[in-house]
Design a protein around this ligand. Sequence first.
Ligand code: C5P
Length: 296
Amino acid sequence: MIVTTVRVPAKVNLELSVGPVRDDGYHDLVNVFHAVSLFDEVTATPADALSVSVDGPATVPTGLDNLAARAATLLAAHVGIEPRVALHIRKDIPVAGGMAGGSADAAAALVACDLLWDTRLDRETLLELAARLGSDVPFALLGGTAVGLGRGERLTAVEAVGEFHWVFGYADGGLSTPAVYGECDRLRADSPVPWPVVSDDLMASLKTGNPPALGKALRNDLQAAAISLRPSLAEALTAGRKLGALGALVSGSGPTCAFLTSSASHAAELAAGLARTPHFADVRQALGPVPGASPV
Ligand code: C5P
């Protein structure tokens, strides 16, 4: 029996510039995605009917609402077959953590089912299906570092030089992405919202592989909203800066905090220091960029 397993990375946003809200309720973004070495795995096994099982926190939905199940259903419908597959998800990416874990699982399910069913869709079609599943799903297919425009789904790869060493502080409990966008709108209700633009300083830091410059250029327009909903995040970021992080920011809609360091040993030191603070349920080191969803 053919079984396929696909490994897929988490993302951190190096820049998340949130523009005005659109007629469809989404926001136009400049979203600089960066894939890091925290991975989920999705295994696809032939079965009589679609099912999802999860090795991870109990808060992950196991029904057909799971984004990975929706991915299998969408792919099957696109090629005109029944989604006869059992999906098993092994989670390491934090749930509702701002690192696109659910989107990652959907991307991995697309790749796994495409292999299992031998549907051989081209990259463009997979990216199109991915965009229908969620704004962050196409990037989980691509990996690396990329600028996302529109909802974040219109991607252009960025050639970053070298590797960046990160530390991630996982929180206890997640934040709802729509709630954080809603809070962002509420906080900015009285001021005009400029059109989002790519930061030249950020692009230069990536193209020259300069961690201190990248640390200074990190920016997330959702951070104030995430802190407004979870005020303790401000102290958590300050703790990382005091311990010598080159940059500290909330990842996506949070509540995971991302800290940039200068080297593997600096990352190990910072991770040990943060683990001694009361701010995080777990502290993890990771490298970026890494490739997108790939069979193992
Ligand atoms: O696309 P996805 O389903 O992942 O988006 C989750 C939620 O995040 C949306 O329902 C919306 O509230 C918010 N969002 C947004 N603008 C974007 C992307 C997401 O407002 N560009």
